[in-house]
Design a protein around this ligand. Structure first.
Ligand SMILES: Nc1ncnc2c1ncn2[C@@H]1O[C@H](COP(=O)(O)OP(=O)(O)OP(=O)(O)O)[C@@H](O)[C@H]1O
Length: 516
């Protein structure tokens, strides 16, 4: 019995590991167990043969071969099981026979010169292989741990809107929501956990909402999308879809329930050797659109995204913007209930962007739930009913664009152009702080300085007065005062991003002022 338990303890992780290396199906695992038993039997026979020959012929060399094989095969748990059972039966039979003559020949199975080494070897092997297995499947273990702690509060420093959204989700107040993310988390790098790309985000998106994900390069937007599409497995948390019947299911099983998810990845997943028409035809077929309707559906998408001039050409001749249009068209095939758009408008001209926005808005109005990432604040304001700004993988704020501007953009943005590139940064700040306590310096680019002045009664008129009075003294060429924009709110959050690259061209942070 002990031997059997050790056998299971030692072999199962090993067998599972090897079978999973070759295939992800459990059928492979079962086949592997069967093969293991066959293998165990073979090693037993190979060892027994010299032993039997040694008993029959009394030739010492057979006995030596038996001993060598016995020690060599000890690394195979299957052999240990068979060998252990045989030795135990042999021991018992010997004891039964000799006890009648008053001889106690019983040997404890734990004696090192009997089965002791087998136990030691199996315990070591079992432990090592189990640890190896845990190491290789660390992600799965993290996932299991995440499931257990799914209701746990994540960070006490979380923004109140983000926290409320989490509570809404875990409180079950998700009436119309179709896409639900529960504490979704992704760490790259297994054990090291150094790179947490997405840090326990919780979100519910109802039908007819376009949700915007904003963040600097590397904030974790694409990783979130990849978890939703099954490209990568979350380290913790769940992404679920609510079916029309009200039941919740894992997002990856959605297609089996007939729920369509449209995905426009950040990198165009297009075949360079096919034309636009061929792509659309192919995806329509994949989506199960009846053959007679394919032409109509493809034509509709081509018209809506203004692809007519390019649909007949090979994709390799497309410009970057045209490829994005085709990728978006592919994502829209079959009227998906959930639409995931990863920077769909990157590289598009302003005119094409408008057509794209119109198309996305139409889909959303028709009841689709969309998630969109973009580096264009204008786009997010035009399309998104709610948005979140991601910094270092977690949401820093969440709500409608107006709500975010009201909460985080309270006050005025003052831009001052100096006549020369002189270091008047501190002096201007002192003057402004004298009249408007709480004024902050936001950044500098050559001779352009930016300040944030908190809102107060009569502040605007006073602000003009102060700047006019000091214009000549402070060498101010001209200045502008505006309400804080979404872009400025974004910049404020984005400066918190770890290791934000100052050389990037993409993010709005780099198009505007940087903190100094
Ligand atoms: N396969 C990977 N292995 C290790 N780290 C990764 C991997 N993919 C992404 N990361 C890291 O995860 C973090 C988030 O990356 P992600 O691509 O999700 O950012 P993003 O917000 O989509 O950026 P962008 O706006 O540039 O598309 C980054 O720090 C990135 O370096």
């Amino acid at each position: 019995m002990i031997n059997l338990l050790f056998f299971l303890y030692a072999t199962l992780p090993w067998m599972y590991l090897v079978s999973r290396l070759f295939s992800s199906s459990d059928v492979a695992f079962i086949s592997y167990i069967s093969l293991n038993f066959v293998f165990g039997l073979c090693t037993m026979l190979v060892t027994l043969l010299p032993r039997l020959l040694a008993i029959i012929s009394k030739v010492q060399s057979f006995q030596n071969i038996y001993h060598i094989l016995k020690w060599a095969f000890i690394v195979f748990p299957q052999f240990c099981l068979g060998q252990g059972l045989i030795e135990l039966s042999y021991n018992q039979i010997k004891f039964d026979l000799t006890s009648n003559f008053g001889i106690d020949s019983y040997v404890s199975p734990f004696e090192m010169n009997f089965l002791g080494w087998i136990f030691v070897e199996m315990a070591l092997q079992g432990t090592l292989l189990l640890l190896l297995r845990l190491f290789l499947h660390w992600d799965l273990l993290q996932k299991a741990r995440g499931q257990c702690s799914i209701n746990s509060m994540v960070s006490p420093s979380e923004d109140v809107d983000v926290e409320m959204e989490r509570q809404r989700l875990f409180g079950g107040r998700t009436g119309n929501d179709v896409l639900l993310l529960y504490n979704l988390r992704k760490c790259y790098g297994g054990f090291s956990k150094k790179n947490t790309a997405v840090e326990s985000i919780s979100l519910g998106i109802p039908r007819g909402e376009c949700f915007g994900l904003l963040g600097t390069n590397g904030a974790g937007k694409s990783t979130t999308f990849k978890m939703l599409t099954g490209d990568i497995i979350p380290s913790a948390g769940r992404a679920v879809i609510r079916t029309p019947t009200g039941s919740e299911m894992d997002i990856l099983s959605a297609s089996s329930e007939g729920i369509l998810i449209g995905y426009c990845p950040q990198q165009d997943a297009l075949d360079e050797l096919l034309t636009g028409w061929e792509h659309l035809h192919y995806y329509c077929t994949l989506r199960g659109i009846p053959k007679q309707n394919i032409r109509k559906v493809a034509e509709d998408l081509v018209n809506r995204l203004h692809l007519n001039a390019h649909a007949d050409k090979l994709v390799r001749t497309y410009s970057a913007g045209t490829k994005r249009k085709l990728s978006t068209a592919v994502a829209l095939v079959g009227k998906p209930q959930i639409l995931l758009l990863d920077e769909p408008s990157s590289g598009m001209d302003p005119c094409s962007k408008r057509y794209l926005w119109k198309t996305i808005l139409k889909e959303v109005q028709d009841g689709c739930a969309a998630v969109l990432t973009s580096h264009s604040m204008e786009e997010c304001e035009a399309l998104c009913t709610r948005l979140a700004i991601m910094v270092n993988g977690s949401f820093k704020c969440l709500g409608s664009p107006q709500h975010i501007k009201n909460r985080f953009g309270d006050g005025y943005s003052v831009k001052v152009w100096l006549s020369k590139e002189i270091s008047y940064r501190r002096m201007i700040l002192d003057r402004l702080q004298l009249h408007f306590p709480g004024t902050q310096f936001k950044g500098q680019h050559l001779n352009l300085l930016e300040y944030h002045v908190p809102r107060s009664q009569g502040c605007l008129a006073e602000l003009f007065r102060v700047l006019e009075n000091h214009k000549a003294f402070l060498q101010i060429k001209h200045y502008s005062i505006s309400q804080t924009t979404l872009e400025q709110v974004f910049i404020n959050f984005a400066t918190q991003q770890q290791g934000v690259s100052h050389s990037s061209q993409e993010s709005p942070v780099h198009r505007d002022l940087l903190p100094v």
